[in-house]
Write a protein that binds this ligand. Structure first.
Ligand code: GAR
Length: 189
């Protein structure tokens, strides 16, 4: 069995889709969620889904090995970032080389970097009058949104789309593709 842990800072809708996708898998299990936000929606989702959630603070995450030690002790093979907003510290990247994956709600390398998350991304895409947006799934390195790209999918932006409309189209792509891409990667290793 390959074991996954999912980090999220917010609602956790992608995390829930991933859990549902692997629910009856004999090869991949989602063992727990981790969040930096004690108010995050992912905590309620975890309760509903029966997935334990670990809440941690910035000092623990950036200045200690506690999170890495928990992941290793639990036998976690892959770390999935699904709407997680903090930079991943060096100790975690070194502990999981090419085993940390992020999803970004735009077509990187455009609209990435610190502060580019959630609605900020869609508002920037709209302001630049882009005719398409999409999702990027990529390996995580020590810089925001700069690791090797694994997968992208696109959606069209209509002339009268709002940022919320773009967000909805992007979310459809995320929910469809993220679990499938994770499955392909994990089973290929
Ligand atoms: C997703 O759209 C994800 O791409 C984005 O946060 C959202 C989380 O939604 N991530 C980033 O913006 C990272 N820079 P969710 O909590 O409903 O899964």
């Amino acid at each position: 069995m390959k074991r996954i842990a999912i980090f999220a800072s917010g609602s956790g809708s992608n995390a829930e889709k991933i859990v549902n996708y692997f629910e009856s898998s004999q090869q991949i299990s989602v063992d727990f969620f981790l969040t930096n936000n004690a108010q995050a929606g992912i905590i309620e989702r975890g309760k509903k889904l029966g997935v334990p959630t670990i809440v941690f603070d910035k000092k623990t995450f950036t200045r200690t090995d506690k999170i890495v030690n928990i992941l290793k002790k639990q036998g976690i093979d892959w770390v999935i970032l699904a709407g997680f907003l903090w930079l991943i510290p060096d100790n975690l990247i070194k502990a999981y080389p090419n085993r940390i994956i992020n999803i970004h709600p735009a077509l990187l390398p455009k609209y990435g970097g610190q502060g580019m998350w959630g609605h900020f991304v869609h508002e920037a895409v709209l302001a630049n009058k882009e005719t398409e947006s999409g999702i990027t799934i990529h390996f995580v390195n020590e810089h925001y949104d700069e690791g090797k790209i694994i997968f992208q999918a696109k959606c069209e932006i209509a002339a009268n789309d709002s940022a919320e409309d773009i967000a909805a189209k992007v979310q459809v792509l995320e929910h469809k593709h993220f679990p499938e891409v994770i499955e392909q990667l994990v089973l290929a290793q």
